[in-house]
Design a protein around this ligand. Structure first.
Ligand code: ATP
Ligand code: MG
Length: 576
């Protein structure tokens, strides 16, 4: 492709509304343009990178035995009502009616549609196992679309679904997708980690997320410094052997007293005002759920993990109560809630179980209670691991130190079991003629998010550094003097030779200063840059530069095409 023909609107300035580097660079390098919040057009350069990722995904899915299909974007509400998700999916699901008043939604995911297909087509154990995938645009009305393709509302996803006769087969399918995902992200040139994860809206019994390590990641990842354990913060377990540290006052219970604490609300304020440590304090958080409201108690130096609370209660939705609701249930403004006298259900984190003579809110404005003791002053209906892991916690598997890093979730795989096959009656006949539920798994990859994550990990102050396997072009040729016929003809010759060999080449044929060409080549991040200038050409040489390292090599003109072909081969193979 010739630069003068390419639709490549680059930007010099950093766009004001782009917070993260990948978003800034994708806009500046002319890869994407925003239509409206969370909805983007892919320009030629962006689309080429996206297509590369899709091709890697396709190759690895086919290698793992999955077959490509394509399902519709618009899905009938009836299927979602059958699965039970119509009422629980929430506002991310865009719903609308057709002219006959029938309900539909834009697919945020396709478990219902594929299960419907399978229940109609699969009859016998002979039809199983089966793995079907698609690469298709999803729509989710995200509450906070941001970071460009990282968290869009319309975005491209690869979603695969496996169907097996039993748990054993399903475990094999899961493992095979786990392995395929490792190969895909490795081939995309990413530094990533598979972590245990919560199953969220999709459901099922078990799941892993594939996290690209990056400081700008929206997720926190807990991983052991010694063993293999790694989990999303939402899921990360507290090691119970370490949670019963010296908590509160060890002496015998004292009597409970009310103390006046005017305008003293936060843990920091309360501990300072009353001269106690956060470990003597109990925080009472009120949540509203799809069932009854609940008060959750955690120690003053701990934070509630809402995902754990949601799972322990087995509720569909859970939300921290607003000021008004807190007032309604506790009789006090936020900051003064406590367990004593509360009429709603109370559950508590395990660390609270051994606490004595606690300090907590008094359910009255400007009031706290000291010397509070469970059993005498209030009751807890259940203790469980309900808090976020902290850096001072220990690995739940081996007890060694843990570390907490940030990550971008690019893939997520789930063991679904019979959740959807039961709800939609997807069954098969086994060898003995018995009707049994199909065991399912589902497996997603965010295509645009993967490209964004790759840029987040591979860039410098001058621009993108595309890993070769997902680069929109493999080589960029910069003829420095467009009015010198020898330079131009050397550039054309190399361009034609490489193109004939199937190399994706961009030829910067603009009549621009060298500095401008270098700047743009760096910005768009093509892995190999060939500079053709009068001076070196006189000596029969061209200069090749690696975008990633900045290293240059002078190459004899006649061998340039072969040398470049080798360089491309080596950089792709090293990822495979
Ligand atoms: P997140 O926790 O980031 O909202 P999710 O758990 O809702 O993601 P899944 O349902 O597991 O996402 O979807 C599979 C994959 O699709 C994710 O791993 C991610 O790569 C991608 N994805 C999900 N939501 C978005 C989005 N809003 N924009 C771009 N990619 C997305
Ligand atoms: Mg997920």
């Amino acid at each position: 492709m010739r630069y003068t023909k390419l639709f490549l609107p680059t930007l010099r300035e950093i766009p004001a509304d782009a917070e993260v580097i990948s978003h800034q660079l994708m806009l500046r390098a002319g890869m994407i343009r925003k239509l409206t919040s969370g909805i983007y057009t892919y320009l030629p350069l962006g689309l080429r990178a996206i297509k590369k990722v899709k091709e890697i995904i396709r190759e690895e899915m086919e290698r793992a035995g999955a077959q490509e299909i394509l399902m519709p974007t618009v899905q009938p509400a009836d299927l979602w009502k059958e699965s039970g998700r119509w009422d629980v999916y929430g506002k991310e699901l865009v719903r609308f009616k057709d002219r006959h008043g029938r309900d539909y939604c834009l697919g945020p995911t396709h478990e219902e549609v594929i299960t419907d297909l399978i229940r109609n087509e699969v009859r016998s154990y002979r039809d199983l196992p089966l793995n079907l995938y698609q690469i298709q645009n999803k729509f989710r009305d995200e509450i906070r679309p941001r970071f460009g393709l990282m968290r869009g509302r319309e975005f491209s996803m690869k979603d695969a679904y496996s169907f097996d006769a039993d748990e054993e087969g399903a475990a094999k399918s899961y493992q095979s997708m786990f392995d395929a995902y490792n190969r895909i992200f490795e081939r995309c040139g990413l530094n990533f980690k598979a972590v245990e994860a919560d199953t969220g809206n999709i459901g099922g019994s078990f799941s892993h997320e594939f996290m690209v390590l990056a400081d700008t990641g929206e997720d926190a990842i807990v991983s052991c410094t010694e063993c293999e354990y790694a989990a999303n913060m939402e899921k990360a377990e507290v090691n119970p052997d370490y949670i019963i540290e010296k908590a509160g006052d060890e002496s015998s219970p004292v009597s409970m007293e009310k103390v006046s604490t005017p305008n003293v609300r936060t843990v920091e304020e309360v501990t300072q005002f009353l001269s106690v440590t956060p470990k003597q304090l109990v925080k009472t958080m009120i949540f509203e759920t799809s069932a009854e409201p609940v008060a959750v108690l955690v120690r003053g130096d701990h934070e509630v993990n809402p995902t754990k609370v949601k799972n322990v209660l087995g509720v569909e939705t859970l939300e921290l109560a607003g000021e008004e609701t807190v007032l309604k249930f506790t009789g006090a403004p936020a900051g003064f809630a406590g367990a004593v006298g509360l009429s709603i259900k109370i559950i508590a984190d395990t660390a609270v179980e051994s606490m004595k003579n606690m300090v907590m809110g008094g359910n009255e404005k400007d009031t706290h209670l000291i010397g509070v003791n469970r059993g005498r002053d209030f009751e807890v209906s259940e203790f469980a691991d309900l808090r976020l892991v902290t850096p001072s916690d220990r690995c739940p598997r081996c007890g060694k130190a843990i570390e907490i890093k940030r990550g971008i979730e690019v893939g997520h795989i789930f063991k679904l079991g019979d959740k959807y096959s039961k709800a939609l009656s997807a069954t098969y006949l086994d060898q003995n003629g018995n009707e049994r539920y199909i065991i399912m798994g589902c497996y997603g990859i965010g295509v645009g998010r993967t490209v964004a994550a790759a840029i987040e990990q591979n860039h410098d102050k001058n621009g993108i550094i595309f890993p070769m396997p997902i680069a929109p072009y493999q080589v960029v040729i910069l003829p420095l003097q467009m009015r010198d016929s020898e330079v131009v003809s050397a550039a054309d010759t190399l361009y034609n030779q490489l193109t004939r060999h199937g190399v994706e080449v961009l030829l910067d044929d603009r009549d621009e200063r060298a500095g401008v060409k270098f700047k743009d080549a760096d910005l768009i991040g093509i892995p190999l840059r060939v500079t053709i200038g009068k001076k070196s050409l006189k000596e029969g040489k061209l200069e090749v530069q690696f975008r990633a390292t900045g290293e240059t090599e002078l190459v004899p003109r006649e061998q340039a095409d072969k040398v470049l072909l080798d360089m491309i081969k080596n950089s792709v193979r090293s990822r495979e």
